[in-house]
Design a protein. Structure first.
Length: 221
């Protein structure tokens, strides 16, 4: 990702979450580590929804799941996939495959985010989404990220990790399947869509966890 694109996001006025992005950037040591951390958090939210015994808890973790997965996917498309395209052999093929898999996830996530825990298809819809997502995560962690790290100096990997975490503070927080999935168009659409998502986030319920209360859509780690 270019420095100008990062500045574009940095200069945008958004409401921060409970912790500033600067607090979290110090924890980013490689791009693969921050992506894996997101994957584990997405999986944790999924388990919280499936294991919950009441609709209120399910709704809270549904919001957190959508919030986390949406931001993660867009940040990958803006930061990670362009780096794979330019730095890895057959990188364009890999990145295009990842984008196609993301589109499937976005379509499924859009359906899930508009459902109520009381709906009969609530858990089956989530399970279908997660089954496809788990395949994507496995391939990404065992192949794509390995190839990317091999092509990067440690300092560059850390730079990408910091860009990845920063970008997540400015992305939309709900799934918009019809939006572009490549920069610069994804960037422009995201900057227009994110403020409305974040405004609506203020009226949603969230898990009662000190480390995860993202009513503004900002970083909350």
């Amino acid at each position: 990702m270019s420095n100008s694109l990062c500045r574009l996001y940095s200069d945008s006025e958004v409401t921060r979450g409970p912790r500033s992005s600067e607090d979290h950037l110090t924890q980013a040591d490689s791009i693969s580590s921050v992506i894996r951390q997101d994957h584990r958090e997405i999986e944790r939210y999924y388990n919280k929804i499936v294991d919950a015994n009441d609709p209120d808890t399910q709704r809270r973790y549904q919001n957190a799941f959508v919030w986390e997965l949406t931001r993660h996917a867009i940040a990958e498309e803006l930061v990670v996939y362009p780096s794979i395209e330019t730095g890895v052999n057959d990188g364009k093929v890999m990145a295009d495959k990842d984008r196609a898999e993301h589109q499937v996830t976005k379509d499924q996530l859009y359906k899930f985010q508009n459902m109520s825990p009381e709906d009969n298809d609530f858990i089956p819809t989530l399970e279908t989404l997660m089954k496809d997502l788990e395949t994507h995560i496995k391939e990404e962690e065992e192949h794509d990220l390995v190839k990317l790290e091999e092509a990067l100096l440690p300092s560059k990997s850390k730079d990408l990790a910091e860009q990845f975490e920063m970008i997540k503070a400015f992305t939309p927080t709900r799934s918009h399947p019809s939006a572009p999935n490549k920069p610069p168009f994804e960037t422009a659409v995201g900057l227009m869509t994110a403020p409305l998502d974040k405004l609506r986030d203020m009226f949603r319920t969230w898990p009662d966890e000190p480390s995860r209360k993202p009513p503004s859509g900002g970083p909350a780690r």
